[in-house]
Write a protein that binds this ligand. Structure first.
Ligand code: CTP
Length: 411
């Protein structure tokens, strides 16, 4: 997706084995629609060549403040000024311990640190992706530098944990290219839900018949997971309660896995007490078998089929919405409606039945398992269509729509 269309990123590399990940990051940024100008320190050139980075970025790489080539179309022999002025952000990945120490003191004896110092603070944000050995990362000097760089306005990303190139294991690995791309995209996203705690339910439920069989439905969980990601991009603290799906957890999102509708209800009832927004995207099974047998139901050879009887599951959303009303609007509830026909009529009726301010209708058979969808938003004022688009694009629009409605909904 063109999440970074129109953005120009200066990708700075300082010295570290994680430079190999910067090559992948460069590709990912470009695939996301950004243009990328690579700047490397001397130390970075020990780990990866400028040739590689030029090939990936499609632009000559700058490595020296004395480079007299035309930079950003200007011939004044000042690449540190010209290259930083046209950037929407400078992303230093990897940011070595030494490079961060240097930035902290405002030193500027190579092109990359010179650019970081010379950038207009209010226009060109600085994002640092640290990478180093675990002892270096844990050292009080590094931690002090990270805290000070943050106080000075830089965005210092966290580090990954795991096996390190030096053979040790611990914190300090640079985030993977995909994670860094997410962080850059998130950085540019409007923070419409800052300060909110968003609870999202997603996926199907699984109602056991016996230890090896059960009832479920075709919900893939993709819409709910996309909403969780979009809410996190928008600055919210996000908890995702997921039925049985095999989707990866969106970065930065807390996840609780559940199986049955009753499990889901217990978890959501508890977590909703801390939330300020609840988005119920899960396709909760309407019924569950009246009994779950402890042992597998066996064929007895007679050709006779077992008879199953069902009981209705509780309506989780309606219950949480009722409690929310009793708490006089501290929790804003959003329901979904998966329908097969007459979407507007059903969505309006469901909104009233569930007692929620906003209900999002979609046609179930057109969306289950797909990567795109179309939504119909129904609230007190009327209805709004969000035309067919990827689930992530729709999730971002929905987050914007929710954020717009929050102030009026609060006591
Ligand atoms: N929902 C819920 N608990 C249930 C059933 C549904 O919390 N037991 C929530 C869903 O997460 C969704 C909304 O209610 O936000 C509507 O779900 P849907 O399956 O479309 O509707 P139902 O209430 O099951 O009604 P029907 O099957 O008659 O369409």
């Amino acid at each position: 997706m063109n999440d970074l269309a129109g953005k120009h990123i200066v990708l700075g590399l300082s010295g570290g084995i994680a430079c190999y990940k910067a090559a992948e990051l460069c590709r990912a940024l470009i695939k996301a629609g950004a243009s990328v100008q690579v700047v490397m320190t001397d130390a970075a050139e020990h780990f990866i060549t400028a040739v590689t980075m030029q090939a990936l970025s499609g632009r000559p790489v700058f490595t020296s403040q004395w480079d007299a080539r035309t930079s950003a179309g200007v011939d004044n022999n000042m690449p540190h000024i010209n290259l930083s002025r046209e950037a929407d952000a400078i992303v230093v990945a990897p940011a070595s311990a030494d490079f961060m120490a240097k930035l902290l003191h405002g030193r500027a004896d190579d092109l990359l640190s010179l650019m970081c110092l010379a950038r207009p603070l209010d226009k060109v944000p600085l994002i640092l992706a640290p990478a180093m050995n675990r002892e270096m990362w844990a050292h009080p000097a590094t931690q002090r530098n990270v805290a000070q760089l943050r106080a000075d306005g830089a965005t210092v990303l966290d580090v990954g944990a795991g096996d390190q190139a030096c053979g040790e294991t611990g914190d300090g690995r640079m985030l993977e290219a995909e994670e860094l791309l997410y962080e850059v995209v998130r950085f540019f996203a409007p923070k419409a839900l800052a300060g909110q705690h968003v609870l999202v339910s997603a996926g199907p439920t699984f109602e056991a018949i016996d230890p090896v069989r059960g009832l479920t439905n075709l919900s893939s969980g993709k819409m709910g997971f996309a909403i969780a990601r979009a809410a996190h991009e928008a600055g919210a603290q996000v908890t995702l309660v997921a039925g049985p799906v095999s989707l990866p957890t969106p970065r930065g999102v807390g996840r609780v896995n559940v199986k049955s509708a009753l499990n889901m209800q217990k978890t959501l009832d508890l977590l909703s007490q801390q939330a300020t927004v609840f988005i119920s995207a899960a396709a909760v099974a309407d019924w569950r078998p009246a009994q779950m047998t402890e042992q597998k139901i066996k064929k007895d050879g007679s050709g006779q089929v077992p008879t199953l009887s069902f009981v209705e599951n509780p309506d989780i959303l309606a219950g949480i919405a009722a409690t929310a009303r009793a708490r006089s609007g501290a929790l804003y509830c959003v329901g979904f409606a998966a329908e097969s026909h007459d979407l507007l009529t059903h969505a309006q009726a469901k909104r009233a039945r569930k007692g929620v301010p906003l209900l999002v209708g979609n046609i179930g058979p057109d969306t289950f398992g797909q990567d795109d969808n179309a939504l119909l938003l129904v609230d007190e004022q009327g209805s709004t269509e969000l035309p067919r688009a990827s689930k992530l694009q729709l999730a971002r629009q929905l987050v914007g729509e929710i954020a717009r409605r929050l102030p009026a909904a609060r006591p």
